[in-house]
Design a protein around this ligand. Structure first.
Ligand SMILES: NC(=O)c1ccc[n+]([C@@H]2O[C@H](COP(=O)([O-])OP(=O)(O)OC[C@H]3O[C@@H](n4cnc5c(N)ncnc54)[C@H](O)[C@@H]3O)[C@@H](O)[C@H]2O)c1
Length: 439
């Protein structure tokens, strides 16, 4: 029977290697979680690719397969891992230090976790001010460093027997940075690598190496990385999918749930004050004003795009929005995020909403890492290249084509993601029009 698929999807044969710069809380929670799921010690809650269904056809058709049965994804048992970090701790030691998962669980996973040792990182202390570690590459130029990362990748490809690879940045947040002259074209960027241009960051060197090797890339942190013309050009030239930026977990996740609801009911917002305390290494890095600025930019932009004050000046023009993050060691990875929202309704009468989210950052982030690597691998096998806007669902600051504003409403993002999967497989898109049920 001829396929209805709009794209040809190569089957996910063989192993999928996951390359992760940064082996801290998120990475170790992700890898340990996969090992736990493999052994039946836990379930991958929070992951769409593992837990969610997708409706096909009419509501009366009763067709709702699991996403993982609808599109050909790599299996959990086919994943193999490699990472880089400035510290020498293996994944078991790093997971213990991160303090997210219980020791009793980690001890049952000690063997596979101990086997994952970080490769030497590309690291520039001027980009991440509060950290310093011994496991760092030394090169004559930034091009040299990129070549070393390429050698690491090819070494892992051989030693692991991986048939395909995906890279996802889970390293620390780099200082705020806008595209400079060196980011304007691939030629400029490569010249800049040779000249060790200070505007090229470590995360960009890793992304460059991945794309050069024909490997899709996702950015879990808020800094620039592939969100510049030079690396978008490289992704398109190498026919590789890319996605970013900044995992949408915790407080921004809450914001993108609440704000569309208030707007849907045409309720006004006068102020939104968000504050967080967290005590993990990420929190320590974010104490630095440069790294915090990267985070603040991605966190602040969300409300502007969702509430559209230019279209609804009476409701949102004077909105005061502030975001704070404070490093508070006693809490470790168990972050607390408070939101105070001053809203108004009929005739301008004021009301307040208070949210106190006692969340676990890495527990929320780990399933996003899993989904992103599986879906980027799917995109790559489907010949999809450049920015993958349908993966906006996972990000605080989704990358988009130049001139397009990002879509932040999580429900629109989810519909876009599922419709993209339907489109890939030649199924009808779901519009929710539904007039045919009443004919
Ligand atoms: N819910 C979440 O946890 C969440 C949400 C959104 C974004 N993020 C982002 O994900 C990233 C990881 O978060 P985390 O909680 O695991 O932080 P973490 O501090 O526990 O881990 C980051 C690791 O990256 C390493 N590192 C720093 N620079 C590096 C480099 N150049 N190359 C290789 N390794 C490097 C650090 O040594 C550290 O081990 C951060 O940028 C964070 O802002 C996390």
């Amino acid at each position: 029977m001829p396929s209805k698929d709009n794209v040809q999807i190569a089957p996910p044969e063989g192993r999928l290697g996951i390359l992760i710069p940064g082996m801290g809380a998120v990475t170790t929670t992700f890898i340990a979680g996969i090992e736990a799921v493999r052994r039946g010690l836990g379930k991958p809650f929070g992951s769409l690719t593992q837990m969610a269904t997708i409706r096909l056809g009419k509501r009366t058709d009763g067709r709702t397969p699991m996403i993982k049965d609808f599109v050909p994804l790599a299996g959990i048992d086919d994943l193999v891992f490699a990472g880089w970090d400035i510290f020498e701790d293996n994944a078991y030691e790093a997971a213990l230090k991160a303090g997210v998962l219980e020791r009793t669980l980690l001890d049952q996973l000690k063997e596979p976790l101990t086997a994952i040792r970080p490769m030497q990182a590309v690291f520039f202390p001027e980009y991440v001010k509060r950290l310093n570690g011994p496991n760092v590459k030394q090169g004559r130029s930034k091009m040299d460093l990129a070549q070393m990362v390429i050698d690491d990748i090819e070494g892992f490809r051989r030693s692991s027997g991986a048939a395909r690879l995906v890279m996802i940045w889970c390293g620390s947040t780099e200082v705020f940075h806008t595209p400079a002259a060196v980011h304007q074209s691939l030629k400029d960027f490569e010249r800049g690598l040779g000249a060790s241009d200070p505007d090229i960051s470590a995360s960009q060197i890793c992304a460059y190496a991945a794309l050069k090797c024909g490997i899709p890339h996702a950015n879990g942190a808020p800094h620039l990385t592939t969100d510049c013309p030079a690396l978008i050009e490289l992704a398109r030239e190498r026919q590789m999918p890319i996605a970013g930026k900044d995992f949408k977990t915790g407080q921004t996740f809450m914001k993108t749930l609440i704000a569309p609801g208030l707007k849907a009911r045409m309720l006004g917002v006068r102020g939104w004050f968000s504050t967080n305390i967290l005590g993990n290494r990420d929190g320590e890095v974010l104490e630095d004003p440069g790294s915090f600025k990267s985070k603040e930019e991605t966190k602040l932009s969300v409300l502007q795009y969702i509430l559209q004050p230019e279209l609804y000046p009476d409701l949102y023009r004077d909105l005061y929005h502030a975001v704070r993050i404070n490093y508070y060691p006693p809490r470790g990875d168990a972050k607390e995020g408070w939101d105070n929202i001053d809203i108004f309704g009929w005739l301008g009468y004021p009301m307040q909403i208070k949210i106190d989210f006692l969340c676990r950052d890495s527990i929320l982030a780990a399933p996003l890492v899993l989904d992103l690597v599986l879906l980027l691998d799917l995109a790559q096998r489907s010949g999809m290249k450049g920015i993958q806007e349908w993966l906006s669902f996972y990000f605080k600051a989704p990358m988009t084509a130049p001139g397009l504003y990002p879509e932040h409403d999580i429900f629109i993002q989810l519909m876009k993601l599922k419709n993209t999967l339907r489109w890939m497989r030649g199924e009808d898109l779901i519009t929710h029009l539904g007039l045919e049920y009443y004919d």
